[in-house]
Write a protein that binds this ligand. Structure first.
Ligand SMILES: NC(=O)c1ccc[n+]([C@@H]2O[C@H](COP(=O)([O-])OP(=O)(O)OC[C@H]3O[C@@H](n4cnc5c(N)ncnc54)[C@H](O)[C@@H]3O)[C@@H](O)[C@H]2O)c1
Length: 400
């Protein structure tokens, strides 16, 4: 696999070049010099899903000991099996609404870090099952944070919500972390509620002013809001990339709703890198960590907010062969218009910025799904893409 790179800063040095992905396997992202994930115990909810699977694999690559907690995978195939995750992490199955099982699973692992990704994440499914969506996304988040309350080893919590948690004013400006929360549909509003739940637990039990103070506590809680994530290993229903891959694989034209809808697309490794950096900051020694116990946006560059049609046409081109699509005149349920995130806080506090341009992200995911047609073991390729991303970060590069 080849990727083209550019350095984002000096324009006169933006010459493109190519290189292969033969990087040292222990290359880690731009972690502080004195921080290591080696031996860190991480409790990760939602490891049987798309983002959780990538994050679990990345954390083990960095040396962490990961216990995953989630439901059985919804789809077959799924990333858990394709990347052989149970060979590198502890794979527990359980419901985040099951307080007894969740408490025990967290407490007897004594993790330092909790990444909470388990959720019902689909807008259209949330219309069909609003109660289930609220139960998992709101009560489930409260259950996870309540389990943290009873697990004194936990020093850092990153709770994942979404860009859709903002009150969407359908304007062109990027939303900041201080903007009002909202949500038209049950999914979006459940994630806004999850933000409120996290904020309430933070102020009630884990107040940043009391972090690492005498008679205080030792747990820093942050939330992370990212946009539409793409990459290999997602087979969910009702998402653009999995729909395209399914149609291309069957050799059938893919029906596309709302080709003009603009979305903030990102490769899955972009927000995950943000979550990892955020956890590292929350683990900072002493009261320093308190300033990161807040909400963070992780959004793509302006150029990579593209309409659905742009994605579809590029995917069709990269896939080649008989790949094709047709317009579906039925717009379906209400979906929010363009929603842009302002990621200035993540840039400033965490040194995070997007690394993979959208076209490269599409090439990577086409390579991943094409490989999945011929092999059932995608752990090596998934790790190779993580290593390529780490190389971009370590060299302060962006893909072309
Ligand atoms: N994929 C995206 O584009 C996107 C965008 C913004 C935010 N997010 C958020 O990122 C997180 C992960 O999303 P994803 O795309 O990987 O979703 P996914 O559907 O692939 O994975 C969801 C995970 O949550 C688990 N889960 C669901 N209900 C559960 C329950 N009651 N108890 C225990 N586990 C449960 C599933 O088993 C699975 O492991 C979610 O919080 C989602 O809202 C995703």
């Amino acid at each position: 696999m080849f990727i083209q790179c550019r350095n984002s800063i000096p324009s006169e040095r933006r010459a493109k070049w190519t290189y292969t992905l033969d990087y040292p396997s222990d290359m880690s992202p731009n972690t502080p010099k004195d921080f290591s994930w080696q031996g860190q115990r991480v409790f990760l909810t939602g490891h049987t899903g798309f983002k959780g699977g990538w994050l679990a694999l990345w954390l083990t690559k960095l040396g962490a000991e990961v216990r995953g907690y989630g439901l059985d995978p919804y789809t077959d195939p799924n990333l858990l099996s394709a990347a052989r995750l149970p060979s590198v992490i502890e794979d527990l199955r359980g419901d985040i609404r099951d307080a007894a099982r969740l408490d025990k699973s967290m407490a007897d692992f004594s993790p330092e870090v909790v990444f909470h990704l388990a959720a019902q994440p689909l807008v259209r499914l949330s219309y069909a099952d609003p109660i289930g969506t609220y139960e998992t996304n709101v009560i489930g988040t409260a259950r996870v944070l309540d389990a943290v309350r009873r697990t004194p080893s936990v020093r850092a919590v990153v709770s994942v919500t979404t860009d859709k948690c903002y009150e969407n004013k359908e304007w062109l400006w990027g939303y900041r972390e201080t903007d009002p929360l909202g949500g038209y549909d049950p999914y979006s509003s459940s994630k806004a509620c999850a933000e409120l739940v996290s904020a309430a637990f933070r102020s009630s039990y884990f107040h940043p002013a009391q972090l690492h103070q005498p008679n205080g506590h030792t747990t820093a809680i942050a939330t992370a809001r990212a946009g539409n994530v793409i990459g290999g290993g997602d087979w969910s229903l009702d998402r653009l990339i999995p729909d395209l891959i399914a149609g291309f694989t069957r050799g059938e034209p893919v029906r596309i709703r709302r080709p003009d809808a603009i979305r903030p697309w990102q490769h899955v490794l972009e927000p995950l890198h943000g979550y990892i950096l955020l956890a590292e900051k929350l683990l900072s020694p002493g009261p320093e960590a308190a300033k990161y116990a807040t909400a963070y946006n992780f959004g793509p560059t302006e150029d990579d907010a593209q309409p659905v049609q742009w994605i579809v046409e590029n995917m069709t081109r990269f896939w080649g062969g008989s790949a094709s699509w047709v317009l579906d005149p039925d717009p379906g349920v209400h979906e929010a218009g363009y929603l842009k995130l302002d990621a200035s806080r993540a840039r400033h506090d965490l040194g995070w910025r997007p690394r993979l341009r959208l076209e490269t992200a599409l090439e990577w995911l086409v390579e991943w799904y094409k490989a999945s047609l011929t092999t059932t073991d995608l752990q090596a390729l998934t790790l190779q893409q993580i290593a390529a991303y780490e190389h971009l970060v370590a060299s302060n590069l962006e893909s072309a």
